[in-house]
Design a protein around this ligand. Structure first.
Ligand SMILES: Cc1cc2nc3c(=O)[nH]c(=O)nc-3n(C[C@H](O)[C@H](O)[C@H](O)COP(=O)(O)OP(=O)(O)OC[C@H]3O[C@@H](n4cnc5c(N)ncnc54)[C@H](O)[C@@H]3O)c2cc1C
Length: 432
């Protein structure tokens, strides 16, 4: 099958032509078959190949065609769920362990970038911007809780709009929190680097190879078979990493998340001076709204600005329109700038806003639902899935202990429920 090209994003336009991989043809035997070549699948494949397993990765389109090749490139600390809420939910000990895993996820990116010499424009720092006093209270509480409970030091509080200007130059913010322990990168370059590293370690990657049927998902099955239009892989283990793009291939995991669209625009290059007038600290930025904006500068000094609209998920939004308008409000100093690229992608949102890592039968594992914060976590989770294949269960079990709750109302009501949820959160964001 001819794969679909990468979505026409700034990222796709700023890479050297990506190596093409063949489609699967005929029968192939493997120790482990990985479905999906995003960060999760590539990370699992790299770790397994380094451990000496025969790994086959089946990707429906191109490597990193899904969220991994299109996202905001922001590496965050912690999880989308607040750590205080998580502590109340799972207890302090497991919350501490989960926090440590999130720290390990950040470190893993740095290690892999260095070890595999991946040129992905990795830079330090992010800034959480506050738009209203309520946000400042939340930010201060987070800083205190992280410091007291997890010993996470180094967060710098910008207590006023004037202090925030050193990080991001918008008249709209009243303060914020700078985290030097995180950063941002070019996600497509990073994913392609992971793919090359996995291949160098011995993994076989196939593109244009959508898995259309699976056999052997049952508890006692001896082997698992993944079928594509051109062939099939028979493996001892199967790892499902299709995330929001897996669709209905495995209905029992599809009902556990809601697919949510997010959109990004890239301005024309601003030049060094104007870029420094927008984000002087050259860090990643996100605001504290529920329906938030996230942005950063590219290596060639464009503003990459993302978010979603609060309008109905039934209608395809116009990112140039609603994100362009938001840029003009936040940054009047570049109001005349033009937008060169606009694109969107789908992420998997879970009810708990925690990733879902679990098992289907004895030979099949899955991971999905990073709820908009998967750049770092998906890499760690891929490694954890590889550990599970090797029988090392401690980190896998920690995630697996989190209950996987389906969204109330089931599949039929997901779109209307999402529309209502977006409306609710848009209203909350309007409250001072
Ligand atoms: C617009 C946008 C912005 C985001 N910004 C950020 C951010 O700034 N920071 C952050 O931390 N997170 C962000 N995220 C989330 C982050 O990108 C994801 O959590 C992460 O990339 C998930 O990686 P993954 O490998 O699990 O899934 P994906 O990258 O979606 O990969 C899944 C792959 O599986 C393939 N696939 C699906 N079904 C099959 C099949 N049947 N057979 C074969 N292959 C199949 C797909 O083609 C796809 O390539 C963003 C997401 C989006 C959409």
């Amino acid at each position: 099958m001819t794969p679909e090209p990468h979505v026409p994003s700034y990222y796709a336009a700023s890479i050297a032509a990506a190596a093409e991989r063949p489609a699967l043809g005929g029968d192939v035997r493997a120790d482990v078959c990985v479905v999906g070549a995003g960060f999760t699948g590539l990370s699992a494949a790299l770790e397994l190949a380094e451990r000496g397993y025969r790994v086959v990765v089946l990707e429906a389109e191109r490597v990193a065609w899904g969220a991994s090749g299109r996202n905001g490139g922001q590496i965050g600390s912690g999880y989308p769920s607040s750590m205080a809420r998580l502590s109340r939910w799972v207890g302090r000990d497991d919350a501490r362990r989960l926090f440590d895993l999130a720290e390990a996820a950040k470190a893993l990116i740095r290690t892999r970038v260095e070890r595999h010499d991946i040129d992905c424009e990795l830079k330090p720092g992010n800034f959480q911007a506050a738009l209203k006093p309520r946000h400042m209270e939340e930010i201060k509480a987070t800083r205190e809780f992280w410091s007291d409970t997890f010993g996470y030091q180094g967060l710098v509080l910008a207590e006023s709009g004037a202090a925030a200007l050193a990080y991001v130059n918008s008249p709209r913010y009243i303060g914020g929190l700078y985290d030097p322990g995180v950063g941002h990168l070019h996600p497509l370059k990073y994913a392609l680097g992971l793919a090359a590293a996995a291949e160098a370690a011995g993994a076989s990657l196939y593109e244009g190879s959508p898995v259309t049927a699976l056999q052997g998902l049952g508890a006692g099955a001896g082997q698992v078979t993944a079928e594509t239009p051109g062939g099939r892989v028979v493996a001892d283990h199967l790892i499902l990493c299709g995330n929001a793009y897996l669709g209905d291939l495995v209905p029992q995991i599809r009902r556990l998340y809601v697919p949510v669209g997010s959109y990004i625009v890239a301005t024309e290059p601003l030049g060094e001076d104007r870029a420094a007038q927008v984000i002087p600290a050259d860090c990643a930025v996100f605001d504290s709204n529920h329906i938030l904006n996230y942005y950063r500068l590219s290596a060639d000094r464009r503003l990459l600005f993302g978010g979603r609209s609060g309008t109905s998920p039934f209608r395809e939004p116009d990112p140039k329109g609603f994100l362009g308008a938001r840029i003009r409000v936040l940054f009047p100093q570049i109001a005349d700038t033009s937008i060169d690229y606009a694109w969107g992608g789908t992420l998997a949102m879970t009810a708990s806003r925690m990733p879902q890592v679990g098992r289907l039968g004895s030979r099949v594992t899955f991971a999905q639902g990073y709820s908009g914060e998967g750049v770092a976590m998906s890499g760690l989770v891929g490694q954890v899935l590889a550990e599970a294949v090797a029988g090392q269960m401690a980190r896998f079990d920690l995630f697996d202990r989190l209950p996987h709750r389906a969204f109330p109302g089931g599949r039929m009501l997901q779109k209307p429920a999402l529309a209502l949820g977006l409306l609710w959160y848009s209203l909350c964001d309007l409250v001072p």
